[in-house]
Design a protein around this ligand. Structure first.
Ligand code: AMP
Length: 355
């Protein structure tokens, strides 16, 4: 990772005029709305053109738009953006479209620990982290010839589940696999999906206590994925596959959800051990992260992915969730991020939450 010195970058900043900035997409309405509630100025980096739909949401609209031709151009304007005292809130689309390598070299103060990227974007490293934290992941099938149960085949770097497919036999796998693309094969876990939205603060001790700092559970969602989630409207998957129609896993939206309360201790245990392990491995995941899980009929969690920043699944909760309501009314993840920056600024600890 390129050396970015956060202290140097912040010395030129006017700390009374910090501006929360992100790319206009994904969860940006929520991020701007939350920042506004905490009294921050906001800046929306708009790729291509100024996005007109923001005019329809005055409380989610950034105070200022910064229009760039394409994502890569953001790198050309970092001096100008620093003059505006911006703090970048990265979201999934920001990192994906700018490209992880470029994101690592972006010389703008960025919320969260950018070192997490190498642990999150490489499936082997991700497994080392999560299993090292004691979590159970879906079994990986190394050799497709060993497929003896339903599996899901995932291409590397696939955006929003694109191209993923289910196979039940080696023959089916052979028929559907795209040559020259890297992939992993996982057992398809039967159960119900919960995407858990945590917030870890290394500098505040007012929630679920960890060895350093504390952990909150702000909300959870279930992703709405086309076509798998509605495929049954046309018949069973088996029937459709006979006709050559295969379900896909492309995310189109998010559905709010709560979990039976008796599962919450496990939810906190998992979140806590993921954070503790991350502290040992790379200095800690900071701020928002999401564990993507399936709960089996034995009420066991299988975690198939981690997202180490604000996820779009938090968007149903601009005005708070059933969980965040018991922390503070009207608390979204976007707002919680703004609060963390505000608190760190007040305590002169911005270096502890920005990289
Ligand atoms: P991912 O890109 O890993 O988040 O996966 C995309 C979607 O595929 C998820 O949101 C789930 O609906 C589904 N999925 C991923 N892994 C598994 C698994 N091991 N078992 C069952 N469903 C899965």
């Amino acid at each position: 990772m390129a050396k970015i010195n956060i202290s140097d970058m912040l010395t030129s900043y006017d700390k009374k005029k910090l501006t929360i900035a992100t790319v206009c997409s994904h969860s940006s309405l929520q991020i701007f709305n939350g920042a506004r509630k905490e009294g921050f100025k906001t800046l929306g980096i708009s790729v291509g053109e100024k996005k007109k739909y923001y005019d329809a949401f005055p409380l989610g609209r950034p105070d200022e738009f910064f229009v760039v031709k394409n994502y890569k151009d953001i790198l050309k304007y970092t001096d100008e953006l620093r003059e505006k005292n911006v703090i970048i809130i990265p979201h999934g689309s920001f990192v994906e479209y700018l490209g992880p390598d470029k994101f690592l070299t972006l010389d703008l103060p960025t919320f969260g620990n950018r070192k997490v990227l190498e642990w999150e974007s490489d499936r082997k490293m991700e497994r080392k982290w999560l299993e090292g934290a004691g979590l159970t992941m879906p079994r990986e099938i190394k050799d497709p010839k060993d497929i003896s149960c339903p599996v899901i085949v995932k291409y590397h770097g696939a955006k929003g589940g694109k191209g993923f497919f289910i196979a039940k036999t080696y023959d089916e796998f052979k028929r559907r696999i795209k040559k020259n693309k890297k992939y992993v094969i996982q057992e398809f876990v039967m159960g119900t999906r919960y995407y858990l939205h945590y917030f870890y603060s290394p500098i505040q001790n007012n929630a679920f206590k960890l060895s350093k700092g504390s952990l909150q559970l702000l909300s959870m969602d279930r992703r709405d994925e086309t076509t798998i989630d509605e495929v049954q409207r046309l018949g069973s998957i088996a029937e459709l596959e006979e006709l050559g129609i295969h379900p896909t896993f492309v995310v189109t939206g998010n559905i709010p959800i709560v979990m039976r309360e008796s599962l919450l201790p496990k939810v906190f245990d998992m979140g806590a051990s993921v954070v503790e392990k991350s502290i040992l491995l790379f200095g800690g995941v900071i701020g928002s992260f999401c564990l993507e899980t399936v709960v089996t009929e034995n009420l066991e969690f299988k975690v198939f992915e981690i997202s180490a920043r604000i996820v779009a699944g938090t968007n149903p909760y601009v005005a708070g969730s059933s969980y965040s309501e018991m922390i503070q009314p009207d608390l979204s993840t976007g707002r919680r991020i703004a609060q963390e920056i505000k608190y760190a600024n007040k305590k002169n600890q911005l270096e502890k939450i920005l990289t």
